[in-house]
Design a protein around this ligand. Structure first.
Ligand code: SF4
Ligand code: SF4
Length: 234
């Protein structure tokens, strides 16, 4: 499971500051297990955003947002609502936000932060990857993750080595920051480049105290749920 936690509501309101009409898209996979998604959270977000003077143009749950084909097929039924939206708030891990951004021409904004679980997180085969940095900034980068797509994991812009849109580290690979620039230009959001963080805060990398106090964390630690150890061994 890809572990993700809800971004604080104040942060969500800030990242939605430029968008009045919002479509809310939820993933029915990992966020359900993490208690950070599902129909109840979508309803909660809808109510909060309505109170914050946003118009919610629609909501939808899709089983696995990391499956681009599924996202594309399902969102075809939502074209009228999406045409009536300025942005899509995506309640999923970073891969789901990136997969959504790849399939639609609206800004896709993360409602959750994805945590690093220091190991295999799934079998997603495509270019959208999430490194679980704990402070998702896909809302600033056109839904393209700079940490996993840039060879130097740069979060504050191009290194200066790109040539013809390719990366200086490997010239068969697209430069992430070239892709981000082109995507932001197409979305009319080039001003996002001025809002990028200067430094990465590695304190977000670890599992926070808040997460360590969830029911899910407590269950993992509870002796009652531990597998019997070495049964029959002396
Ligand atoms: S910025 Fe990238 S690594 Fe960080 S949570 Fe978002 S998708 Fe994952
Ligand atoms: S050329 Fe682009 S992708 Fe490659 S390291 Fe520099 S900024 Fe990152």
């Amino acid at each position: 499971m890809i572990v993700n936690v809800a971004k604080p509501m104040e942060e969500l309101k800030n990242l939605l500051a430029d968008y009045r009409r919002v479509f809310i898209l939820g993933c029915g996979g990992c966020p359900l297990g993490c208690e950070t998604g599902g129909p109840a959270r979508l309803e909660e977000l809808k109510a909060e955003l309505t109170r914050a003077d946003r118009s919610v143009s629609g909501t939808q749950m899709i089983d696995f947002l990391c499956n681009k084909a599924l996202v594309g097929a399902q969102l075809r039924y939502q074209v009228p609502a999406l045409k009536n939206s300025d942005a899509v708030l995506v309640v999923s891990c970073g891969v789901g936000v990136q997969a959504t951004a790849a399939m639609i021409d609206l800004p896709s904004l993360p409602a959750n932060n994805t945590l690093n679980s220091q190991g295999m997180q799934g079998l997603w085969p495509s270019v959208e990857r999430c490194d679980g940095c704990g402070d998702c900034l896909l809302h600033l980068t056109g839904g393209i993750c700079p940490i996993t797509r840039c060879a130097k994991n740069l979060i504050n812009g191009q290194c200066g080595g790109t040539h013809d849109g390719k990366c200086e580290v490997e010239n068969t690979r697209d430069c992430a920051w070239h892709l981000i620039y082109e995507k932001l230009k197409a979305l009319g959001k080039l001003d996002n480049l001025k809002k990028l963080p200067k430094l990465r805060d590695y304190r977000n990398w670890d599992v926070s105290d808040r997460e360590r106090h969830t029911t899910r964390w407590a269950l993992e630690e509870d002796q009652l749920y531990q597998a019997p150890k070495a049964v029959g061994k002396q």
